[in-house]
Structure formats: C-alpha cells, structure tokens
Design a protein around this ligand. Structure first.
Ligand code: ZN
Length: 244
C-alpha cells in the first residue's frame, strides 16, 4: 500500500510536469498569434495614415497655388490703381484689392491649418511605424523562444511519458482508475494531509481517519473533496514506521 501511494505521488508529480510543459508549449503560440493580429491592424493604420498625409499634402499644394494666383491678381490690381484717375473706378478697384487680400488671408489660414495637420499625421505615422517595427522584432524573438521551449518540452515529455507508463503499469488498476477520475474532476487527484487538514479543500479530517491514514494500510480519500490523501514520510510518527 505504501508503495502504491508513493507511486501515485510520483504519478501526480509527473502529471503536473506534463501539464506544465503542455501549457508552456501553447502559451507562446497564443502570444505570437496576438502579435500577428496586432501587426495586421497596425499595417492597415499605417497605410491609412499615409493616405491621409497624401491627401492633405495635395490639398496643401493646391492652396499654395490658389494663394499665388490670388496674390498675383492683387499685385496687378494694385499696379492698375496707380494709373487710375477716375475716382469711382478707383474706389471699385480698391474694394476689389481689399477683398482679394481678405481671400488671400483665408487661404493662408487654411495653409497653416494643413501644415499643422500634416505634421500631426506624420508624428502619428512615425509612432505607428516604430510600434510596427518593435512588434515585428518581438514576434521574431517570441517565435525563436517558442521553438526552443517546444524543443525542450518535447524532450522532457518523452522522458515523462516513459516514466508515467512505467508507473501506471505498476499501479493497481482500481487505484489508477480512482486517481484518473478524481484528477478529471478536481484537476489534482492527490492531496497532502497537513496539520490534520486536506490541502486540496482545507477541511479538517476526522481524527480516526487521520490515524488510519498514518498507518498507510488502505487508500483514504478526503470525505469532502474525494482526493486521495497522503502524508509525507517525514511526517509519519516513528512509532507507526516501526509498526509497519
Ligand atoms: Zn479535501
């Protein structure tokens, strides 16, 4: 019985390690997928940003042309003003010049606004490009790590599976079945008894059960969580050890 319990303990250790390796193997691929998805989003955002900059720059260029032709018009009118003798005509042209200057001022305002917009968009683009580059490097690094971890885990799993097979072959069929069933429902099948309590569910075990457990002559399960209880050899009183 003692031997069977030790085997179950070892089986649980092995199962924990197997679970750990399997989790490790699947952890990075999930992160990698996540990064790959964010790269797709970033790529789209970068191309949107570039498009918006292109549009704004075109608009900016058009406004500059508008401004140049407006200023040309103003200059011409101002030259004409110098030669006009008729007061009425002079006043009309003066008004035209004034209006032209107002229009030119508005165009200047919108040129400045486009300039600011382009600067802002370029900063956003730069930030996104940097983010993209960093994510891409992160992705490559994680892929490398993931391969290394998988390689390690695969090697470890070969050994663990072999030992697991050996143990399950030496285990009593009913014990193994009990272990597998509890593991399926509880995650872990074995729980150490510490200070009179089951470490699986933290409930106190009746003293009679505790005594039976220390004798290690039968399989004792927790009345509450049904995990198989065990006591570490160093925690079994010497008297019992001698008895057995
Ligand atoms: Zn319990």
């Amino acid at each position: 019985m003692k031997e069977q319990l030790r085997l179950l303990e070892r089986l649980q250790e092995i199962d924990n390690q197997i679970d750990h390796h399997e989790q490790e193997m699947s952890r990075l691929p999930l992160e990698i997928q996540e990064i790959a998805r964010s790269l797709v989003v970033l790529r789209r955002e970068i191309s949107d940003s570039r498009e918006r900059i292109g549009t704004a720059e075109k608009e900016y260029g058009r406004k500059e042309q508008d401004l140049a032709s407006e200023q040309e018009k103003i200059k011409k009118s101002e030259r004409r003003l110098l030669n006009i003798k008729n007061q009425k005509e002079y006043n009309a042209l003066s008004r035209e010049v004034k209006l032209g200057k107002k229009v030119a001022g508005e165009i200047e305002d919108s040129i400045l606004a486009y300039m600011t917009e382009i600067e802002t968009l370029k900063k956003i683009l730069e930030r996104k490009e940097k983010e993209y580059e960093e994510s891409e490097q992160d992705l490559l690094a994680k892929k490398g790590q993931s391969e290394a971890i998988s390689e390690e885990a695969k090697k470890a799993l070969v050994f663990l599976s072999a030992e697991k097979e050996e143990i399950t072959a030496s285990l009593d069929r009913d014990f193994l079945k009990k272990y597998q069933t509890v593991k399926k429902f509880r995650g872990t099948a074995l729980a150490e008894l510490q200070s009179g309590s089951c470490t699986g569910c933290h409930i106190s075990i009746p003293p009679q059960l505790h005594i039976r457990l220390l004798k290690q002559e039968e399989m004792i399960t927790c009345p509450n969580c049904h995990r198989i209880l065990y006591v570490k050899p160093e925690n079994i009183p010497v008297l019992n050890k001698l008895d057995a």
